[in-house]
Design a protein around this ligand. Structure first.
Ligand SMILES: *Cc1c(COP(=O)(O)O)cnc(C)c1O
Length: 345
């Protein structure tokens, strides 16, 4: 399977001379730095490492992948947006996903003036191969987004179906694994060598508990990565964020402890919600949230808002469904208590 990535790249990006920053021309740490017009005084007076090498080194150990296959962005949003800017010619090319799914792919397509195709997942929220097969031969289709575990449905998509897309589609496939750390299934990371058209997107926003610092990670082969590095803003991740991320990634024990607590809270919450009156159905979840069908999603959402309990109303994407994030024991008990009161009132 030898796909030539270069022929998928927009002409202007292929020919782009990227900005060469001062910190890129001289990468030593010691010295008198009079090259970047920085202020010589202060704590955060220096520009950050443009390629976040310490952070990538740490990630390469944790994820068992080469540093040269890692991109770090200002949240997954940047990873998604750059994919459009590298591969999709505005008002000409197309991208595709399977719905219901994460809304940002479509917003990013719209921002970049790219036609966006939405194919419905089947009843089990899985990819229906026959719906996507006809699109493989469309030369203007450049990107396919697959979210697994999927948001807002919560389930993993079948591995075989994702591989089917990777094998037959000649464009780039972005597998969004924002919730992968909450499930036991192996990541698609291990497929990077096999599929040169694969980008695996992860984040520190969920299981790592760092949504506030905006740090998205994408794993891909060196060739695609070289275009990501060309297109990104030179100093796209601040020093403060790089330091905070590194500190968190060094403390695996704390990470595992929190994740395990969330997973055990999730099981309790499932058991308790199952006997809660307004709940009709709890969909299987491989993530830190539950998609739940209720009597009346709009009404439930509004009544919980009155109690300052904020859940996500997904009625417009899956009828009468709400998405509930697993919180702390106290938060979950507040929710369950309100559900009881609503039902009796
Ligand atoms: C939360 C989430 C992300 C994370 O986005 P960041 O920009 O990294 O915070 C990515 N993809 C999906 C599907 C998500 O639900």
């Amino acid at each position: 399977m030898d796909k030539d990535i270069a022929q998928l790249i927009r002409k202007n990006i292929l020919n782009l001379s990227p900005y060469s920053s001062a910190r890129e021309e001289y990468t030593g740490k010691e010295g008198i730095f009079l090259d970047a017009n920085e202020n010589p005084f202060g704590r955060y007076n220096r520009y950050p490492d443009p390629y976040q090498s310490a952070l990538k080194q740490r990630l390469s150990i944790i994820k068992n992948i080469s540093s040269s296959q890692i991109f770090i962005g200002n949240g997954s949003d940047e990873v998604i947006d750059i994919a459009f800017r590298i591969f999709c010619e505005p008002n000409q090319d197309k991208a595709l996903t399977f719905t219901p799914t994460y809304g940002m792919y479509e917003v990013s397509a719209n921002i970049n003036a790219i036609e966006f195709i939405k194919l419905s997942l089947n009843q089990d929220f899985q990819i229906e191969r026959k719906t996507v097969t006809p699109y493989f031969s469309d030369p203007s289709l450049k990107l396919i987004f697959i979210c697994s575990p999927n948001n807002p449905t919560g389930n993993l998509l079948n591995r075989e179906d994702i591989e089917f897309v990777l094998q037959h589609f000649k464009g780039v496939v972005i597998v969004d694994e924002a919730y992968i750390d909450f499930c036991d299934e192996p990541s698609f990371l291990e497929k990077i060598e096999k599929y040169p058209n694969l980008i695996v997107s992860q984040t520190l926003s969920k299981a790592w508990g760092l949504a506030g610092i905006r740090l998205g990670i994408a794993y891909m082969n060196e060739k695609i990565l070289s275009y990501y590095n060309k297109v990104k803003a030179p100093y796209n991740v601040s020093s403060i964020n790089q330091e905070t991320a590194l500190e968190t990634l060094r403390n695996i024990d704390a990470y595992e402890e929190k994740r395990n607590e969330i997973l055990s809270e999730k099981n309790k919450l499932i058991n308790e919600l199952q006997i809660s009156k307004p709940v009709h159905k709890i969909y299987p979840s491989d993530a830190n949230f539950l998609l739940i069908e209720v009597d009346n999603a709009n009404q439930l959402y509004n009544r919980l808002i009155e109690k300052q309990i904020i859940i996500r109303n997904r009625n417009s994407v899956v009828p009468n469904c709400v998405r509930i994030t697993v919180g702390t024991r106290e938060e979950n008990l507040r929710l369950l208590n309100e559900l009881k009161l609503i039902n009796n009132g």
